[in-house]
Design a protein around this ligand. Structure first.
Ligand code: SF4
Length: 242
């Protein structure tokens, strides 16, 4: 097979949405979620950090199920280190990559104690120096825990950035920078949540549900869906006579 056919597919290019429409698009999403928040359960910056580390390639619902017991047993870095990798692993076995995540959670807790007195730093470089913490995780913690105007680009936001034209970009960093430049500053803090929730529940990966989308007027996607897929008859239902 020619090498070109093995290259990863880049998202279908959509023309960039005019800046005035970026505001209107987000205002429409804000009507649906006027006070958006993370769907991860957490009590403080530390439990938020751990929950976000655990959420890689896993649903928030699965993380919440696992952290219920984990945070009861270890609500802070000292307790997490005392719990140890094996016991942490026992709480999170239902999550993908649980062994690596258990090691990361204990190691990052030890580093928080060693370098930051057990507190979560509100500094990107210090966050990204922790095991298991990359740019996206740091962006979520800075935004949600500290109110920083960051944009954590996950799979939903990357898709929406390109599909809708709100911030087209060939890679995650380009979409992040596009959103930081194009979203009005007063909307940046919540835009991350609006876009994730919209991508999760309406502008879905396989088939966006444009017929019930509140932002369709401003979206520039050329393949908008007009109606839900036809309902299949229940199994065993009588076939219509021809
Ligand atoms: S109109 Fe369709 S493609 Fe555009 S944002 Fe809404 S659901 Fe997504």
């Amino acid at each position: 097979m020619p090498a070109a056919r093995l290259a990863p597919r880049t998202p279908r290019a959509t023309r960039a949405m005019p800046l005035a429409d970026v505001r209107r698009f987000l205002e429409a999403l804000a009507i649906v979620h006027p006070a958006p928040r993370s769907e991860l359960d957490y009590r403080d910056p530390y439990t938020l950090l751990v929950a976000v580390v655990l959420s890689a390639q896993t649903t928030d619902a699965a993380v919440n199920k696992a952290t219920r017991g984990l945070f009861a047993a270890a609500p802070d870095p000292a307790a997490m280190v005392a719990l140890g990798v094996a016991a942490v692993g026992g709480h999170i076995r239902t999550l993908g990559l649980w062994q690596t995540k258990a090691r990361h959670v204990v190691a990052l807790s030890a580093l928080l104690l060693e370098r930051h007195g057990g507190a979560v730093p509100d500094d990107r470089a210090a966050l990204e120096a922790l095991p298991g913490v990359g740019r996206k995780t740091a962006n979520v913690v800075l935004n949600v825990a500290f109110g920083a105007l960051t944009m954590a680009v996950d799979t939903h936001i990357f898709r929406l950035g390109n599909r809708t034209g709100i911030a087209p970009g060939r890679n995650v960093r380009a979409v992040e920078e596009g959103l930081l430049a194009r979203v009005p500053p007063g909307m940046l803090r919540d835009a991350h949540h609006w876009l994730i929730l919209h991508g999760r529940y309406v502008c879905k990966a396989r088939r966006p549900e444009c017929w019930r989308c509140v932002a369709t007027t401003w979206c520039r996607y050329s393949g908008k869906t007009l109606a839900p897929p036809a309902a299949r008859p229940p199994a065993g239902a009588a076939k219509p006579k021809m």
